[in-house]
Design a protein around this ligand. Sequence first.
Ligand SMILES: Nc1ncnc2c1ncn2[C@@H]1O[C@H](COP(=O)(O)OP(=O)(O)OP(=O)(O)O)[C@@H](O)[C@H]1O
Ligand SMILES: [Mg+2]
Length: 1110
Amino acid sequence: MEVKTSLLDNMIGVGDMVLLEPLTEDSFIENLRNRFDHNEIYTYIGSVVISMNPYRSLPIFTPEKVEEYRNRNFYELSPHIYALADEAYRSLRDQDKDQCILITGESGAGKTEASKLVMSYVAAVCGKGQEVNKVKEQLLQSNPVLEAFGNAKTVRNDNSSRFGKYMDIEFDFKGDPVGGVISNYLLEKSRVVKQPRGERNFHIFYQLLSGASDDTLRKLKLDRDFSKYNYLSLDSANVNGLDDAANFRTVRNAMQIVGFMEDEVQSVLELVAAVLKLGNIEFKPESRSNGYDESRVKDKNDLKEMCELLGIEQSVLERAFSYRTVEAKLEKVSTTLNVSQAYYARDALAKNLYSRLFSWLVTRINESIKAQSKTRHKVMGVLDIYGFEIFEDGDNSFEQFIINYCNEKLQQIFIELTLREEQEEYIREDIEWTNIEYFNNAVICDLIENNQNGILAMLDEECLRPGTVTDITFLDKLNTVCAEHQHFESRLSKNSKFLTDHSLPHSCFRIQHYAGKVLYRVEGFMDKNNDLLYRDLSQAMYKANHKLIKQLFPEGNPAKVNLKRPPTAGFQFKHSVGTLMRNLQTKNPNYIRCVKPNDKKAPRIFTDSLVRHQVAYLGLMENVRVRRAGYAYRQAYEPCLERYKMLCKQTWPHWKGPTREGVEVLMADLQVSTEEFAYGNSKIFIRNPRTLFSLEEKRRGCLENLAALIQKIYRGWKCRTHFLLLKRSQVVVAAWYRRYAQQKKYTQIKSATIMVQSYSRGWKARKILRELKHQKRCEEAATTIAAYWHGTQARRELKRLKKEARRRHAVAVIWAYWLGLKVRREYRKFFRANAGRKIYSFIMQRLMQKYFLGLKRDLPSMSPIGGSWPTRPYRFLDTAHTELRSIFHHWRCKKYRSRFTDERKAVFEEKLQASEIFKDKKALYPSSVGQPFRGDYLEISKNPKYQKLSSAMDEKVLLADMVNKINRANGKGTARIFLLTKNNFVLADQKTGQVKASVPLPDLASISVSTQNDGFFALKLKEGSAGATKGDFLLSSEHLIEIITKLRRTGATAVNHNHLDIDISDEFLVQFKQDKVCVKFVQGAPKNGNGASCKRKNNRLLEVSVPSTA
Ligand SMILES: Nc1ncnc2c1ncn2[C@@H]1O[C@H](COP(=O)(O)OP(=O)(O)OP(=O)(O)O)[C@@H](O)[C@H]1O
Ligand SMILES: [Mg+2]
């Protein structure tokens, strides 16, 4: 929702001076000061904006502020220059009204800054687009160029505009800028040649010398040192906060954006350089024969350089500084110039050169920024012109006179336009027009500009008059012509009033301007009005070989010699002011009155007297009076009703009917006196600020009440909502609590009830049980008694029947029993009672059958070492299954055994015995398991080689093999044939077959072997036996296992033989003849193949090294 605001909200002092009560100069100044102290630099007088220079940057010119003021009504927000710019722009765009913004104020009051703010605001709010942006940029960038050439540091302002500027910005129907035209007024050209103390020449001179590159300066024949140039004042060449070098770059850049060609920029700089050079030309007198002094150029170097720069023939210019040619009709008279005349001519040339250059720049900028299309444009003019200038010590000269004349004219159109606007509004609103008393300054304008006897006309007349004319003759003339004028004062006028007025010197006249009295010194009036440049100089310039300079001095063209005097400065100014006024009159005016708060260029200082002075000469009080003459305040009905509707019951909170009626009801209800206001067509007009303030006062009171009411309702609502919330919560809490309590109570009651119930039920049940038990006992007793009784009866009867019918029915009964028995027997198999057993045995049969068949099918291999056995199908067969497995195994072992022949059986028995002896005891054993025991390895009976040996054996040879007999002396082996028979073992020579030893088995006491993988064994003989004389045998054989097994078996079966010991250890003793030698087995690295080797270590030790198996 848009919040409606008003200027009247949060005002500091009053935002609009029209509302000032009481209206006095003091209250006016006090209000300005009050607002200034609170950083409110803008104040309105109706639609006029007073702007105080803050001399510091305030945060009120941000893009956010632009947005805030955009499209808002003038009085909606606190006073701001943006509000005025927005109003002007919208009225131009939406109502097609051309606008002009008139900015006035004294030097340093902030006019130029204000004009820039207006331009930047309009640039920010108008349309966008490539073309539009280019135009905006060019318009904005024209400022730095003109400021460089037209502004200078003065004692009042470091960036003082030394020319008047009026700029028309042109817009198309959409409100987009399309171009512009700039007009300049009266450049203060005297500054070029001379500056007052503490002031500088135009900025461009300093900027050029500080900012141009060395190369550029060389081309322009300039030196960076300011002190080398007579035209540059030195005491304030450097200004604080002003960076000339950087500004030079800005200006060059701006010139480029505006559209200056590179050669044009160069030409402009050449002219600037030429002016500096010109200032350095000095003259010396040279006596002539006629007794007069003639001037001569002192040092020609500067002259030469200047001529080179501008392409002028040096001699021509030199001559122009020494002679002056006066042409009259057909005559040409040449007179010499003395030194002071030469200086005058030099300065006149410099001033003209510079001011014409400045005008050319304006024309050139206009060429660039002019609108492209010829269609009619809407125009917004911005006038930044010097305000009223009054030098206190009466040092006002021609320039001040001209400036003040311009301000008189502006005041005149201000009054005219304000009154016209006021009147138009009254007519538009249908309000009776009451004549307004105000001071009309037309009479002062007339004093100055009247064609017959105006001061300017007198001045021109005096300038043109032949004969001796001086400033004093001009004053005399004024004294005669204007003496009677009520606003003209002079000591020498016929008006006796001033004859004794010592504040009025003789060489001065005084004019009562609308803003106050100003004393003008006539000295220099004639000269400045004439603005003479000797024709010789303009012709010398025209002859220059420089495009721009030729263009600037067209009157120097000899082909167009014009003997008529050029128009005077006063005439030209009056003419341009006239054009300006006509221009402004066609537009809707908007005023910005700039006020300077102090002379120190410092922030936060408000000098009362200075402001009072400005308020006076800007005619601000007059402004307020004109504005307040009829009705001080007006407001459209709608915002008025909106603002004050709370003051009346009928209009609060909403008024349904037309707004005007609403306002009427409101005013009637408030009993405002009818003289105090009037109803216009769309606005209400309030005569007195007092009335408005009383309305505001009431509104404020009412707002406070409303605020209290809103607060009250809000608080009530808040409390009520809170209360309702609490209430609802309480109900919920209570409900939950009740439920909880009831639940608890219920469970208590329930458990109590159940307890009581269970007790009562128990008691009841026990009672019933007792009864039932009693009843049952009674019944049982009865039954028993009855049974006994019936039994007794039956037995008696039976006895009787038996007795009676035993014999009679005995056969029949027996027969019946017999038949019954028969029948039962026959049909028993059909009885269901036997079916289960049958089915069971049948199923069992089937299962067993299936099991056995499956077992048959899946029987494992017949190998006794086969470990597999089918899994059992049913758990109940567990025992049978295990039993069957063991049976099967035994059976297949039996089967396997039954396949053996006796020899094989013997072999196996031998193998079995070998295993008993050696398994897990000797490392050689595993390798012998796979080898069959062949016994006769030498095939002794078949081999003819052993025939003799074989025949020597009277028994069957059980084993014949080659062994090594170990020699005790060196541990080496000697091959021997080893034979085993049933009763002996024999060792024979391997080659001859001669028996070396034959030992009966009973003489063998024990056999020693090692635990290792070797074939050594010792056959130890019983002590005292026949064979024992030579000692034991230490042998080695590849078939050690077989030999020893067979020795043991055979030995065991031999006659008289006890058990044969076999000693398995890695160290044993062997008896060699008398000595016992220890045989020790050690593990060693394999040597000469894999066999073990025996070595004699000492007399008593033989070491057998067995290669390790790992
Ligand atoms: N709105 C502003 N905010 C901050 N500083 C300002 C403002 N207006 C003016 N100034 C300061 O005041 C100085 C003078 O302002 P400006 O040049 O606009 O004065 P002027 O009225 O144009 O004077 P002159 O008549 O000499 O040209 C500026 O250089 C700037 O420092
Ligand atoms: Mg200025």
